[in-house]
Design a protein around this ligand. Structure first.
Ligand code: HEM
Ligand SMILES: *[C@@H]1O[C@H](CO)[C@@H](O)[C@H](O)[C@H]1NC(C)=O
Ligand SMILES: *[C@@H]1O[C@H](CO)[C@@H](O)[C@H](O)[C@H]1NC(C)=O
Ligand SMILES: *[C@@H]1O[C@H](CO)[C@@H](O)[C@H](O)[C@H]1NC(C)=O
Length: 543
């Protein structure tokens, strides 16, 4: 019997190569092998972390690894997490590491990438330059439209609605209130107040929308982290085993709802151009118009025979809608989470003194909610910053890819000569819990954001921070990310959240009735998980 020498030799060779690549190299020789493994299997397989991702339990698992193992950990053979400023977020995010495909696999509205998911540096920064100005702090603070939107949404919608409920003596479920308020704010600035959402006025419609929107999040794992498997299952006609059909339907409903607002805004703009007048300032679609016009200018300068404007508007319709969808959803989702946890903390009996301090600070404004005046209030700022620290709405998992020969990690945990195309992430959850920077990190203590000199004015006995400590805290604060892909809406978020807080605690005191649902989901977005369908039940007491 002749042995099949050649095939056998090939098999042995293949086996040895695999053994070398997936075991010997991965465990002992790869530069990544110098990084401590989060789980015993992390250098061999991605199973452990992928399973955590699928269950939306990644953030705490990675945090636990950083606490045990230091500022750089290996969470899968080709996947690491860093937890430091130097050699961490400064190197990766301010250093412009690219986003990879995780974002556009999951965020791809109308089949067109918005800025958020664009992997390519050039395309992304061009879009970002178009949009930065409408969201700049000075633009927003001086915007007559934003000022009127704030006044109307607070005085005509939010406060009257809360007053009505408080008169009945019923507790308020605040997560839904904040989803509605945050959505109405962002959408009003993007599309103009009249053409935007009116969820504060239509709470039942709002609640349904938010339930559908949220339920989808559990399924983004498949297209985002298992794209090839998900595509394969779709080809077999088994896609619905991973992502139920109603998720696609919900996505289409959201896209249809959003593009209807774009089309209304477009009509409003064309009407204004025809009539030669702008109408009410608060009804002008500020962000929509800005992007629409920037893209129009680009098309017209590109081709020498410029197409007629209406044709060019049509050809950009979906690109603009994709971007606007992302801003409205990113804007309401994150801000509402932060506001709900803020309400929870502020309404705990042991934090009641912070309510009194806040109310004392708001009283001299006599009900004015002017953006610049609100931004100058240190207690309001401290309460919000402390909430964004302890309860970051996006607490983890912002993946990037390494360039060749990267050096990451800190101090004696520094690793040099890393290969390219390694998935690297940092997480606000862990950065915000560094006890050297934020002493007693699990405590919600707004005083840490106040300068020590201001402490004398506070009757409380909490400690403030020195200017050097405050600078260090700012370096580690990462609720909005950092670098070129940092949140474009951070100023709008700070402004609308401050206005909403002032609107509520300027008129009411709050007492927590049931906060059992206020536990963070551990996925990309850290919304409260809820308890029997309730999140943050609070009783209001009119001042
Ligand atoms: C409390 C409120 C908010 C928080 C905590 C927050 C947080 C973040 C974070 C952490 C990122 C980086 C995400 C990543 O790279 O994975 C981001 C990006 C982004 N955010 Fe926000 N955000 C908030 C509000 C808003 C608002 C109001 C808007 C509306 C305009 C917005 C629009 C965006 C967009 C468009 C990006 C992508 C930016 C880019 O890729 O250049 N966000 N946000
Ligand atoms: C959109 O807003 C304009 C005012 O800017 C208003 O005249 C128009 O009726 C609104 N469209 C819809 C469909 O609500
Ligand atoms: C608020 O009202 C008081 C008394 O009427 C006045 O002295 C103060 O200047 C007002 N403050 C503002 C910000 O308007
Ligand atoms: C890799 O980076 C290290 C440290 O930054 C540097 O000294 C070295 O020259 C680099 N090697 C290559 C091949 O670029």
């Amino acid at each position: 019997m002749a042995l099949p020498i050649i095939p056998l030799a090939a098999l042995v060779l293949l086996f040895s190569l695999a053994l070398y690549k997936y075991f010997i190299h991965a465990i002992y020789l790869s530069p990544l092998s110098r990084i401590p493994s989060a789980h015993w299997s992390s250098s061999l397989s991605a199973l452990w972390i992928q399973n955590k991702r699928r269950q939306q339990k990644e953030t705490l698992a990675v945090h636990d690894a950083h606490v045990r193992l230091g500022p750089i950990v290996r969470i899968a053979p080709n996947d690491i997490s860093v937890n430091s400023v130097d050699g961490g977020i400064r190197t990766v995010y301010a250093g412009g590491y690219e986003k990879g495909d995780w974002y556009y696999n999951a965020f791809n509205n109308y089949g067109i990438m918005p800025m958020f998911s664009m992997p390519d540096h050039g395309t992304h920064s061009k879009r970002k330059r178009m949009l930065s100005n409408v969201y700049a702090k000075s633009t927003l603070q001086n915007s007559e439209a934003m000022n009127t939107i704030t006044e109307k949404l607070l005085n005509e919608d939010l406060v009257p609605r809360l007053r009505e409920v408080s008169k009945k003596g019923e507790p308020v479920e605040f997560y839904n209130v904040f989803c509605a308020a945050a959505m109405d704010f962002v959408a009003a600035y993007v599309f103009g107040l009249k053409n935007a959402s009116h969820f504060l006025q239509e709470p039942t419609m709002g609640a349904k929308f938010f339930r559908d929107y949220k339920a989808r999040a559990a399924y983004t794992f498949w297209p985002q982290d298992m794209p090839r498997f998900t595509a394969f299952m779709s080809k077999l006609g088994l896609g619905h085993c991973l992502v139920p059909l109603w998720v696609n339907q919900a996505n289409q409903d959201i896209e249809a709802w959003l593009i209807a607002m774009c089309d209304k805004a477009e009509q409003t703009l064309q009407h204004a151009e025809l009539e030669g007048k702008k109408g009410q300032v608060e009804d002008y679609p500020t962000v929509y118009a800005h992007l629409r016009n920037s893209l129009l200018k680009e098309t017209q300068t590109k081709s020498s025979t410029s197409p007629p404007a209406s044709q060019a508007v049509d050809s950009n319709r979906l690109a603009v809608a994709s971007e606007m969808l992302d801003h409205t959803l990113a804007g309401f989702d994150t801000s509402s989470i932060a506001l709900t946890f803020l309400t929870y903390e502020l309404s705990l009996p042991q934090h009641a003194h912070w309510q009194r301090k806040l109310q004392a600070e708001l009283a001299p404004l006599n009900g004015s909610r002017d953006a610049k005046s609100l931004d100058a209030l240190p207690i309001l700022h401290a309460i919000l910053m402390e909430t964004l620290r302890l309860h970051a709405s996006i607490p983890g998992n912002q993946p990037r890819i390494t360039p060749a020969n990267a050096t990451l990690g800190a101090d004696r945990h520094t690793v040099t000569g890393l290969p390219p195309n390694v998935r690297v992430q940092a997480q606000a959850w862990s950065l915000h819990r560094n006890p050297d920077v934020f002493p007693d990190p699990e405590a919600w203590n707004p005083a840490r954001w106040l300068e020590r000199s201001e402490r004398s004015e506070l009757e409380g006995n909490e400690n403030g921070s020195t200017p050097e400590q405050l600078r260090e805290m700012q370096r580690w604060f990462w609720a909005f990310g950092s670098g070129g892909r940092m949140c474009v809406g951070s100023n709008l978020a700070m402004l609308d959240m401050k206005a909403i807080i002032a609107g509520i605690w300027g008129s009411f005191g709050t007492v927590l009735v049931d906060g059992r649902g206020m536990v963070h989901n551990g996925g990309y977005v850290a919304e409260p998980v809820g308890w029997e369908g309730k999140f943050c039940l609070v009783r209001l007491e009119e001042l």
